[in-house]
Design a protein around this ligand. Structure first.
Ligand SMILES: Cc1cc2nc3c(=O)[nH]c(=O)nc-3n(C[C@H](O)[C@H](O)[C@H](O)COP(=O)(O)O)c2cc1C
Length: 157
């Protein structure tokens, strides 16, 4: 069976919830084995065992977390030609001292620059939260499930 790994960082649980809901959507499509892991538990080398990787990060100061950036850089040292990726983020985006630039854009750029041969499955998903610690803005959770379904369907065709 095709194997997909979802790797995320999450301080308050928002990005974790998004990761798990994307996983639910993918499982609904079926026929794919999905492993969902917190970044700190993942040995980057293990990613070579998967056909696709999804990476999720909370927006920290207008970009992905340091941990996610480092993880992407480590993927760049592996041979992942012909494999697929997609990214997702969560953001607050209201406070004037925050940056509005989407972390997904920066993640996609970094992957393109550093990880040769990894192809994007679909444009990244950005999910808005109401408060720093959640909950998600109403209507955002279904988008996660739909994203999972879309990713799974694209991977299977
Ligand atoms: C250190 C820090 C910096 C943040 N910077 C931004 C930011 O620049 N823009 C933004 O929209 N949200 C920002 N946020 C809000 C988080 O992106 C948001 O709360 C996110 O959903 C947290 O995800 P988590 O629960 O998975 O950790 C920041 C949060 C923290 C803790």
């Amino acid at each position: 069976m095709m194997k997909v790994i979802v790797v995320y960082e999450s301080k308050f649980g928002n990005t974790k919830l998004v990761a798990e809901t994307i996983g639910e959507g993918m499982r609904e499509v079926g026929g794919i084995e999905i492993d969902i892991n917190e970044l700190k538990e993942v040995d980057p080398e293990k990613v070579t065992e998967y056909y696709a990787i999804l990476i999720g990060s909370p927006n920290h100061f207008g970009g992905p977390t340091k941990g996610v950036k480092k993880f992407i850089d480590k993927l760049g040292k592996l041979s992942l030609e012909g494999k697929m990726f997609a990214v997702f983020d969560t953001y607050l985006g209201k406070r004037s001292d925050y940056f509005f630039e989407k972390a997904v854009k920066k993640m996609e750029k970094r992957i393109n620059e550093k990880v040769r041969g990894l192809k994007r499955i679909a444009p990244g998903l950005s999910i808005n939260v109401q408060e720093m610690k959640g909950p998600l803005v109403e209507g955002e959770l279904p988008k996660c499930k739909d994203f999972g379904k879309k990713i799974a369907t694209k991977l299977k065709t």
